[in-house]
Design a protein around this ligand. Structure first.
Ligand code: COS
Length: 382
């Protein structure tokens, strides 16, 4: 195995690291207050090429390997997680369906705009009655001449408030469902019959928003079917298989920042006449977080490296999502504990991470769904 990172990716990593420290850290507190990423920051994210890391160069992206994407996302997650979330859908669930299953024309139409960040892409699978059970969706798509009429509701769609194009899964055959009855569509924001609700109020991830999409006889051109009619469930599963992997990098980066903040605090906080870093109870917590980060980075890089080489790794990707998201939950809990009362204060970054990382065990498939996927694959293999 060779995790050597090419020179140009190393340079990108350095620029992102500097950008995080000099530009993003200073605006974190402001975003907690305003719930908005300042527009000039979005422009900076675009200039760095961060919207198009995964999109091949022929479609205007940087087209770097998954190992390299993990390196970059790890750096970006050392700032408020809203920044990665802002660029995350374009690199992941909002573009991968087009990349994997789009026609050449669809790729040429959408990918350059998504790669540059001129457009934002989003992924609409979840519904009020279809969360973990993705095949239970109720949104329908009925063909009428050159268009499909979509009816239904999609829920908690990340970046819906800023997205121009959505990958939407809808039922085209109620009986067949996951096996031939779900179709993926590319739906534009300005589609007649589509309403995007106001963002929901959430526990964390200030600056990153989720909204619902309401379809009322929304007219989607038949040319906007993504992949084959009836193959939409597989389109969605393939997208999630890939999207879940880079979430592991977000967890590792966030945990690393939590560790750095904890070390800095432990060295300067004096109790019982000496810095608390000299207390074994604190040292053990630091050691546990550092060890878990090391293990998670290893599994993440190995899996990314193997997927880069063309392997299909549903089980391992689910393991990465499961283990890294659970790990960062423990790391955040320890970081709050090390910070004591300070860790419970709104102006302390670990308080924000504690709330934000709670979502990672839920979105793009809960920990329970990851365990189910791992177990099914294990049983299939045996
Ligand atoms: N890649 C490609 N195809 C896949 C796949 C994958 N990873 N997983 C399943 N499929 C295919 C199956 O092969 C099957 O087709 P065939 O019978 O032709 O082989 C079809 O899809 C149905 O699969 P399955 O029977 O496993 O479907 P289930 O309804 O049991 O659901 C899970 C599978 C639980 C894996 C799915 O519902 C899921 O991922 N749920 C979580 C959804 C989620 O992450 N939501 C978060 C919000 S979206 S950001």
């Amino acid at each position: 195995m060779d995790f050597e990172i090419p020179e140009e990716v190393r340079l990108l990593q350095d620029s992102v690291r500097r950008f995080v420290r000099e530009v993003l850290h200073p605006v974190e507190a402001e975003i907690e207050e305003t719930d908005q990423i300042p527009p000039h920051i979005v422009e900076e994210l675009r200039k760095l090429g961060l919207f198009g890391l995964s999109i091949p160069q022929e479609y205007g992206g940087l087209g770097i390997s998954l190992v390299a994407q993990c390196v970059v996302f790890e750096e970006l997650a050392k700032a408020s997680l809203c920044f990665r979330s802002r660029v995350g859908t374009n690199n992941g669930i909002g573009s991968l369906g087009i990349l994997f299953d789009g026609t050449e024309e669809q790729k040429r139409t959408y990918l350059p705009k998504l790669a540059s960040g001129e457009w934002t892409g989003a992924f609409a699978l979840t519904e009020p009655n279809a969360g973990s059970d993705a095949a239970a969706i109720e949104t329908t798509a009925v063909r009428q001449g050159d268009v499909f009429l979509l009816n239904g509701r999609k829920q908690w769609i990340t970046n819906a408030n800023v997205a121009q194009v959505f990958t939407v899964m809808a039922l085209t055959d109620r009986e067949k469902r996951a096996r031939g009855g779900i179709t993926a569509f590319l739906v534009h924001r300005d589609t007649p019959g589509l309403t995007i609700t106001k963002p929901h109020k959430t526990m964390g991830f200030r600056g990153s928003h989720v909204c619902d999409l309401i379809f009322e006889d929304a007219q989607v051109p038949a040319t906007n079917v993504l992949g084959k009619i009836g193959d939409g469930f597989k389109v969605a599963m393939k997208v999630l298989d890939r999207g879940r992997l880079t979430i592991g990098a977000v967890c590792v980066g966030a945990a690393q920042r939590l560790l750095e903040l904890s070390i800095a605090h432990a060295k300067q906080r004096v109790q019982f006449g000496k810095p608390i870093a000299e207390q074994q109870a604190i040292q053990f917590m630091l050691a546990d977080t550092a060890t878990e980060i090391f293990a998670c980075r290893g599994m993440l890089r190995e899996t990314a490296w193997r997927v880069d080489r063309g392997e299909r790794l549903t089980k391992e990707v689910a393991m990465v999502k499961l283990h890294c998201s659970e790990m960062v939950g423990r790391a955040a809990d320890r970081a709050v504990q090390i910070h004591g009362g300070m860790g419970y204060m709104r102006d302390c970054p670990v308080e924000r991470y504690y709330r934000d990382v709670r979502l990672i065990r839920i979105y793009e498939g809960t920990s329970e769904i990851q365990r189910l996927i791992i177990a099914r694959e294990l049983l299939k293999e045996s």
